[in-house]
Each structure stands twice: as structure tokens, then as C-alpha cells.
Design a protein around this ligand. Structure first.
Ligand code: AMP
Length: 124
């Protein structure tokens, strides 16, 4: 069975997409810890990030670099990286534009309009 992220990548489930190339997709986390909390996901479905092939590993981190540089330009905030992977068994990197209110595990409740406006600002 496909992971929830594979379903998003296949267009079977919706997301607030901010980036896509042939190997990677990035979209907003639906339980954001800060505004702009983004997940960068390899299109190939592997559970643990260190199980990626070299090619997919490089593509993932190249996308992380590109997206976080853009994120910092747009938000003026330093980007925090997290690799957790305890909830969704499909490798991904969390990107969080750091702000002082950030508490790991504490999530914000955002309206659809707020998600859409953040997506518009961060989309590449
Ligand atoms: P973890 O696997 O521990 O890194 O956490 C998985 C992350 O995926 C959590 O922060 C969830 O809020 C997020 N998540 C789960 N389902 C979706 C979804 N459909 N769209 C966006 N983010 C999601």
C-alpha cells in the first residue's frame, strides 16, 4: 500500500505544494509548528532516509538547500531542519522558518486561507 505522501505525490490527495522536480516534492505540513513548516519528500517511497539511493539522497538535499534559501529570502528567518520519521514511513525532511514561539511538538491551527497565503509566498 502506498504511503500518504506517495498519494499526495500521485495527486490522489491534496496538499499545499510549494516545489516539485522530477525526484522531489515539497508541501506544507498540515500540523505546522511554525508558519511555513514544510516537508521535503523524495518521490521514491522509502521508509528511512538513509535507505535512499545516492542519486535520490543528493536530489533530496539539493532541493532542501534550494527551498530553504528561498524560504529565508521570503521570511527573513533562519531555516531549521528536522528528520523525524516516526509518523509517516516515507522519508522526508521538515523545514521550519525559526521563530521564538517555536516549541517542538506544539502545533498551530491555521485556516485554509492562511495555508493558501503561506503557500503562495513560499511557492517556487
Ligand atoms: P514524522 O513522520 O514524525 O516526521 O511526522 C510526519 C509529519 O507529516 C507530521 O508533522 C504530520 O503533521 C505531517 N503530515 C501527515 N499527513 C500529512 C498530509 N496529508 N499533508 C501534510 N503533512 C502531513
Amino acid at each position: 500500500m502506498s504511503s500518504i505522501f506517495s498519494k499526495i505525490i500521485a495527486g490522489e490527495l491534496p496538499c499545499y505544494k510549494i516545489y516539485e522536480d522530477d525526484k522531489v516534492m515539497a508541501f506544507l505540513d498540515i500540523n505546522p509548528e511554525v508558519k511555513g513548516h514544510t516537508l521535503v519528500v523524495p518521490k521514491v517511497e522509502v521508509d528511512k532516509i538513509y535507505d535512499l539511493s545516492e542519486v535520490d539522497w543528493v536530489a533530496l538535499w539539493a532541493a532542501v538547500k534550494k527551498i530553504s534559501a528561498h524560504m529565508e529570502e521570503v521570511t527573513g528567518r533562519r531555516t531549521i531542519y528536522e528528520v523525524i520519521g516516526v509518523d509517516v514511513p516515507h522519508a522526508h525532511v521538515h523545514l521550519l522558518p525559526f521563530d521564538e514561539t517555536w516549541e517542538h511538538g506544539k502545533t498551530l491551527s491555521l485556516s485554509e486561507d492562511e495555508f493558501n497565503s503561506i503557500r503562495e509566498k513560499l511557492a517556487m
